[in-house]
Ligand binder design. Structure first.
Ligand code: DGY
Length: 439
């Protein structure tokens, strides 16, 4: 598996950065680049720094790190750079085209994880940590300054594509609230659902709403304040905030390691405390014993159980009772039998559960990797072991697919979903096998 995973990363490498998959995603994606850099650090250490540097070439002047950097043109993806229309934005970087939204900020914890590998002990890595630290601070600061309108220590996402969990049913109601009067039909422009099974991808009706938001952001000139005022889609997402909380901890360790000045260290300490407390204050539903995202526009929690609800374990914000409640959900509604693959992206007893469609049921390797580490940090070692074993079993049987059908008895030929040769699946297969230490 190590050889096969390395071959996937080699195949998808393009002189400075890695495509998530040449077939479906022909540019550099934000959180993909983080997980990919970790895999590269194990087997192609000379490329790991380049991967992160390439992504941050796309960082905007306001600190936002875009979810796609279009280093080179490719005509087999929709929506491409012309649709995003960010060229006139005054605070976008020179010399590189990007999308206009972000993705979960994984880089600080990825840098921490790489720092413990042989690459992490080199002078190049020490210099790179000093180089990347201010960019990471700017990234987090952008989120706190521009995405936390109530000053709660929780940030909101502007688009389901910012969540990473793109097509999760938790976004359905907010997407349905979009006024489609001027929305265009983009079904003939899509490429994704022609290259992999349409049943594995979002519907045309969903894409119409996704693009209506992009058109709105364009009309707002990508100014966060204007978007917050006008957009129907403002969601405080559990995964996004848990990734931020975990990265805050790593950023604090990094700040101390690079001797950052005291005021900056204190600023990061405040981020750590406030976001950790707010995750419990706003997302935790004590009655159902689970964490749910919050729709800022509608003013309510979104009570659909998804795998993101386990990531407060990764953020390390749960008490003993919360850990027990989450473990019960993991082995019941998410896996009604011991032969189900952990962890479905939506609980199997949710009416929206769909075992093959993008983020509406299938298992994802990156969520499993974060869940595994969260379970280990919580002392739930048996469950952590099962998540790791299930992940490696699925990839061993089917290959490094984008996502996997969680149902028992699925034949290997039907287990892998979306695109094959998916870079972060390969990268995290490597970290699962080559670094047994908890994060
Ligand atoms: C896609 O095209 O589905 C991407 O994940 C959006 O970022």
């Amino acid at each position: 598996m190590i050889e096969a995973a390395t071959a996937t990363l080699d195949r998808n490498w393009r002189d400075g950065y890695t495509l998530p998959s040449p077939n479906l995603y022909p540019f550099q994606w934000n959180w993909d680049a983080g997980f990919i850099a970790l895999g590269l650090a194990h087997v192609r250490p000379g490329r790991a720094i380049a991967e992160i540097r390439s992504l941050f070439r796309g960082q905007w002047g306001n600190g936002m790190v875009p979810h796609i950097v279009f280093h080179r043109p490719a005509d087999n993806y929709f929506p491409g750079p012309d649709v995003w229309g960010t060229d006139p934005v005054p605070f976008r970087p020179a010399g590189v085209r990007t999308s206009g939204i972000t993705q979960p900020p994984v880089f600080a914890f990825i840098v921490e994880r790489i720092s413990a590998l042989p690459l992490g002990l080199t002078p190049e890595w020490a210099a790179f940590r000093r180089e990347i630290f201010p960019a990471l601070v700017a990234q987090h600061r952008h989120l706190y300054r521009h995405r936390d309108p109530l000053n709660e220590g929780l940030v909101y996402i502007q688009h389901n594509w910012e969540a990473g969990t793109d097509n999760s049913p938790v976004y359905d109601a907010a997407l349905e609230a979009i006024d489609l009067t001027h929305a265009r039909d983009v079904s003939s422009l899509r490429r994704d659902n022609r290259k992999v099974a349409a049943a594995h991808r979002p519907t045309d009706a969903s894409y119409r709403r996704y693009l209506a938001l992009v058109d709105l952001f364009n009309a707002c000139g990508y100014r966060d304040a204007e978007i917050a005022e006008r957009s129907p889609f403002l969601i405080q997402d559990v995964l996004f905030n848990c990734v931020l909380a975990r990265s805050n901890r790593s950023l604090l360790a990094l700040a101390r390691a690079v001797n950052a000045e005291a005021g900056l260290v204190a600023e990061i300490e405040r981020w750590c405390e406030r976001t950790s407390a707010a995750i419990n204050a706003k997302f935790w539903d004590g009655q159902r014993g689970f964490y749910f995202p919050y729709d800022l526009r509608a003013g309510r929690r979104i009570p659909i159980k998804t795998s993101s609800g386990f990531l407060p374990l990764f953020a390390q914000v749960c008490d003993a009772e919360q850990r027990r409640a989450l473990a019960r959900h993991l082995t019941s509604s998410f896996a009604p039998g011991a032969d189900w693959l952990l962890c479905p992206s939506v609980a199997t007893d949710e009416p929206t559960f769909d075992p093959v469609r993008y983020w509406r049921g299938p298992v994802w390797v990156n969520v499993n990797w974060m869940l595994h580490h969260g379970l280990r940090q919580s002392g739930l070692d048996d469950l952590a072991g099962r998540v790791r074993a299930d992940t490696l079993r699925a990839m061993g049987a089917a290959g490094r697919w984008e996502y996997f059908d969680p149902r028992p008895g699925t034949p290997p030929a039907a287990l892998g979903l979306g695109t094959d040769e998916f870079s972060w699946s390969a990268a995290l297969a490597l970290d699962f096998q080559l670094n047994p230490a908890p994060l």
